[in-house]
Write a protein that binds this ligand. Structure first.
Ligand code: HEC
Length: 310
């Protein structure tokens, strides 16, 4: 009898240890600055769960297709394999990247390109009454506050196969969860595809387009060379719906640049493209005055690609 109690106690302790967050402070876990989650840095060294291409949850496709790469730290993954559950303080990253095809030797299919944005999900029971919380980070965001429940939490709550995670899309974990009985079969129902949830969830950007109009004055006699730099490599900017360079009619040195992006995040991400960076470096010495950009929210019109999706 004594033994039975002892064994019971030991089992409880072991399983508590299994579900508790480890004490090692070097392990990847959510970290905060005040109310904000600090951007997880080395997630590319975590376990890669899966990637989706252009995954969309409403019937009408929108915008260019993105890759979504999902990562989870090794320590959480290990505990999931042993229990079919996620330990407290688990952090997930879904990284969004652009897609391209027909480049270099590629003829068909798609490959991944630049970083567009990142979604972060945490299971942090002591911090969030809802246990799970969601954050969106653009290329240069260092920390972010939790998103409203309707933006992320709700869909994960309704459609996830294991707790709040979409394990129905991670083939290797699906088997594990089924073995431990933590898998919710109903999550595979096709009803998800028929829901109209607006734009795809991991379009972490807001659904507003982003426009910018700026006047640039070239150093005397440099307008033509500056224009040719501004026009190189502009076809490869993911999320760019329109990019127009025009000469000012009355000022022989002035140029007007009008840009429309599917979101601010795409615009921001373009600034880190090597082709854009090198164009900026080349253009700088030829610019006499860089005017104050006017930011707009384009709503539609003629000549815009895919405005009907916004
Ligand atoms: C309409 C449903 C829906 C909404 C809304 C949604 N997600 Fe997801 N989420 C998914 C699906 C489906 C996956 C599976 C992987 C994929 O899409 O590549 C996923 C996967 C994830 C993952 C990887 C871990 C996991 O839970 O499977 C993270 C992190 C994530 N989403 C964050 C977010 C954030 C942040 C938001 C809000 C900005 C959000 N999600 C909104 C459906 C949704």
């Amino acid at each position: 009898m004594k033994h039975a109690i002892l064994w019971g106690l030991m089992l409880t302790l072991c399983s508590a240890a299994l579900h508790a967050a480890p004490q090692d402070s070097n392990l990847p876990m959510p970290r905060y600055a005040g109310r904000n989650l600090i951007r997880p840095e080395n997630y590319r060294e975590w376990i890669f769960l899966s990637s989706g291409l252009g995954m969309n949850y409403n019937p009408s496709p929108e915008g260019p297709e993105m890759f979504t790469n999902v990562f989870v730290p090794q320590w959480s993954y290990g505990q999931f394999l042993a229990s079919g559950r996620w330990p407290d303080k688990t952090i997930f990253v879904v990284e969004e990247r652009g897609s391209q095809s027909r480049k270099s030797i590629n003829k068909t299919g798609h490959f991944q390109t630049d970083f567009v944005g990142m979604g972060v999900e945490v299971k942090d029971e002591s911090r969030f009454p809802e246990k799970w919380a969601y954050f969106s980070l653009a290329a240069d965001t260092k920390a972010a506050g939790a998103n409203p429940k309707a933006a992320c939490w709700q869909c994960h709550d309704e459609h996830a196969a294991v707790e709040h995670t979409l394990v129905q899309f991670y083939p290797t974990l699906k088997r594990v969860a089924k073995k431990f009985g933590t898998y919710r079969d109903a999550a595979e129902n096709l009803s998800l595809a028929a829901r109209d949830d607006g734009p795809g969830p991991h379009r972490l950007r807001s659904t507003d387009m982003y426009g910018m109009i700026v006047k640039v004055t070239a150093a005397s006699g440099q307008r033509e060379s500056l224009i040719s730099i501004l026009l190189t490599g502009t076809g490869e900017m993911s999320g760019c719906l329109s990019y127009i360079v025009a000469k000012d009619f009355s000022d022989e040195n002035a140029i007007w640049i009008t840009e429309i992006w599917d979101s601010k995040a795409s615009h921001d991400a373009s600034l880190s493209l090597p082709s854009v960076q090198s164009a900026i470096a080349k253009a700088k010495p030829m610019i006499a005055v860089f005017g104050t950009p006017v930011v707009t929210t384009p709503v539609g019109g003629h000549g815009l690609q895919s405005t009907q999706n916004h």
